[in-house]
Design a protein around this ligand. Structure first.
Ligand SMILES: [Fe+2]
Length: 282
């Protein structure tokens, strides 16, 4: 069996994408639906409701009174924060395990995914992007291809390393050369199998800017920048984080001021601490 065929056969080992997250994205992408429609989806899921209420009543928020319903949770912490927490929970399942091929300990890929999603969301707000939940989710799951590719990278690490160190390949170019597919292409294939929108498939497949068109696509450029900031800060960047291509033209296209960068990074750190505290609380 060729490596690519074997990889595709392994896709079914992934936990399927959450139905609730999928519904949230469908509503988010429909201009005729509102945030209240997203709240409706959350209200009718008992497991999400109970987790949400427990988190609101945790020491982290120290609210003045017990929260007893989703509506109260939304009143106290805001719908935007509720949706982000639900999407993080719903998208986390595949990302917690260690990834030996990419040099990531248990939990590191999850941390990278969540932090880059938080950064991407903040950049999306600054750039007034239309679909913030799509950008947030794309940033969270963009490296799904790594989960499947990990063992193949691990088995061929010497060859990949040779191309990076001696031939100046990026990590992703080396993945493609040695295995026949890179983690972004594989991620796009998984996204297709999970029936994601064409926009989501494009963002995942181009989160390292493989296609020139991605460089001037606002949503994809934001997800790319979230990843770059996360790597620059050394958050779950693994062995490939420092062997990525940096695209200055994307930086110019996004035109984020140095002040905004500083604010985004500082606020994202705070938000990451909050997410970790809340996840530990339940
Ligand atoms: Fe990636």
């Amino acid at each position: 069996m060729s490596a690519v065929k074997e990889l595709l056969a392994n896709i079914k080992e992934l936990k399927p994408f959450s139905q609730v997250a999928s519904q949230i994205l469908t509503v988010s992408e429909d201009p005729d639906r509102s945030m209240n429609d997203i709240a409706e989806i959350i209200v009718y899921d008992p497991s999400i409701t109970s987790t949400l209420i427990k988190r609101c009543n945790s020491a982290y928020y120290s609210l003045p009174r017990q929260v007893e319903s989703v509506q109260e949770a939304i009143t106290y912490i805001g719908l935007d924060e509720v949706v982000s927490l639900v999407l993080i929970d719903q998208c986390s399942g595949n990302f917690v395990k260690k990834q030996d091929g990419y040099g990531l300990y248990e939990g590191e890929l999850w941390k990278h995914s969540v932090f880059s999603a938080i950064v991407a969301k903040k950049l999306a707000k600054i750039k007034k992007a239309e679909n913030i939940n799509l950008i947030f989710t794309a940033a969270m799951i963009k490296d799904i291809g790594k989960i499947i590719l990990d063992r193949f990278v691990s088995d061929r690490y010497k060859k990949i390393n040779y191309l990076i160190n001696e031939k100046k390949y990026s990590f992703m170019e080396a993945e493609k050369k040695i295995i026949g597919v890179n983690h972004a292409e594989l991620g796009a294939l998984i996204a297709k199998m999970w029936n994601f929108s064409s926009k989501m498939i494009f963002i995942i497949g181009n989160h390292h800017m493989s296609d020139e068109k991605a460089k001037t696509d606002l949503d994809t450029a934001i997800v790319y920048m979230g990843d770059i900031i996360c790597n620059t800060m050394g958050i779950g960047c693994g062995v490939d984080g420092m062997s990525c291509r940096f695209h200055n033209d994307v930086m110019e296209f996004l035109d984020i001021t140095p002040d905004d960068f500083q604010i985004v990074i500082a606020e994202s750190y705070q938000e990451m601490e909050k997410v970790e505290a809340l996840i530990k609380a339940v």
